[in-house]
Design a protein around this ligand. Structure first.
Ligand SMILES: NC(=O)c1ccc[n+]([C@@H]2O[C@H](COP(=O)([O-])OP(=O)(O)OC[C@H]3O[C@@H](n4cnc5c(N)ncnc54)[C@H](OP(=O)(O)O)[C@@H]3O)[C@@H](O)[C@H]2O)c1
Length: 282
């Protein structure tokens, strides 16, 4: 299959292109060759290359940046997705959109499944949800894949931040009252590749198995990396950020469960693989 990937140089995009390249003809695009906010350029690219599937990873992912500059968040995450979905409609391509646990408010008290009501509490979450909505309005052949707490070798992320802080300081302050599902980009890429074979379009939650707080995640990172720094748990309210984050955005993979495909490994095991690759780099 011919697959065009937007945001191909990003943390997930890089691993996704590597995985899909084993099986498919991949067209990797990112800034500056393809700016998803430029309507004419998005249409021209898709009409020239005629992919059967577009995987839309491009996004403005800096959550605090989105809060400070909502116009840019909606321009990239919502309008950009509107452009990509419209061009897919024109060339009759299917679309896979990578969305987020931030579409939920975090108040449910148990993991969210794909049938739960969304209610984002941040600009990033609202702008990504608007992307989902425009896809659902324009297309019938789409996969909306909500993932969370991504870590990978090819981008800035929580694991890398904790490792670097722990090398410089004896203690690392980490939020203890927010829960979620850490996810290795290599595992998400594998799951996305698998879903491209499914006849069932729609909304999917995909993360590594298991869940934890940020503080528990940091403790496991330090334990596995053999670093002696101590995690100092703090409340989210003490963290200096303009963004309201969901306090419990654990995702249940109900769509995968119903299809007998919920087989992602636990995040601790995925973390060990990540550290195997990244250990020499910090
Ligand atoms: N990171 C997470 O924890 C997480 C969790 C759930 C869902 N997601 C979603 O997963 C996807 C991939 O995330 P990621 O963490 O891999 O993000 P990332 O590393 O920030 O990758 C996003 C890519 O999109 C590019 N981009 C930004 N603006 C663009 C534009 N106007 N046109 C074209 N490309 C543009 C970025 O380029 P520059 O770097 O040059 O700006 C970057 O290469 C995103 O859709 C994100 O919303 C992420």
């Amino acid at each position: 299959m011919k697959v065009l990937v937007t945001g191909a140089k990003g943390m997930l995009g890089t691993d996704l292109c590597a995985r899909l390249g084993k099986q498919h003809e991949v067209i990797p695009l990112d800034l500056p060759e393809l700016d998803v906010t430029e309507t004419a350029s998005v249409f021209a690219r898709l009409e020239a290359t005629r992919p059967e599937m577009v995987i839309h990873c491009a996004a403005y992912t800096h959550v605090d940046g989105c809060e400070r500059d909502p116009a840019q968040a909606f321009r990239v995450n919502s309008f950009g997705t509107w452009n990509v979905a419209s061009a897919c409609q024109k060339i009759d391509a299917a679309l896979t959109y990578i969305s987020t646990d931030f579409v939920f408010d975090g108040e449910k008290g148990e993991p969210y499944d794909e049938f739960d009501k969304t209610n984002p509490i941040s600009v990033y979450g609202r702008s990504k949800l608007a992307g989902e909505e425009v896809i659902r309005a324009l297309l019938s052949r789409y996969l909306i894949i909500r993932s969370a707490w991504l870590f990978g070798v090819h981008g800035k992320n929580f694991v890398r931040t904790v490792l670097h802080r722990a090398k410089e300081e004896d203690t690392v302050k980490v939020v203890a009252d927010q829960m979620g599902c850490p996810t290795f980009t290599v595992d998400l890429a594998e799951a996305v590749a698998g879903l491209l074979e499914s006849p069932l379009f729609g909304i999917y939650h995909i993360t590594n198995s298991g869940a934890c707080s940020w503080a528990q995640f940091a403790q496991e990172i330090l334990r596995q990396a053999g670093l002696s720094a101590q995690v100092v748990p703090i409340a989210a309210a003490e963290w200096d950020s303009p963004t309201r984050r969901p306090k419990d955005s654990r995702l249940r993979h109900l769509a995968l469960e119903m299809q007998g495909r919920d087989n992602l490994r636990f995040w601790q095991e995925a973390l060990a693989d990540f550290l195997g690759i990244y250990r020499d780099r910090f």
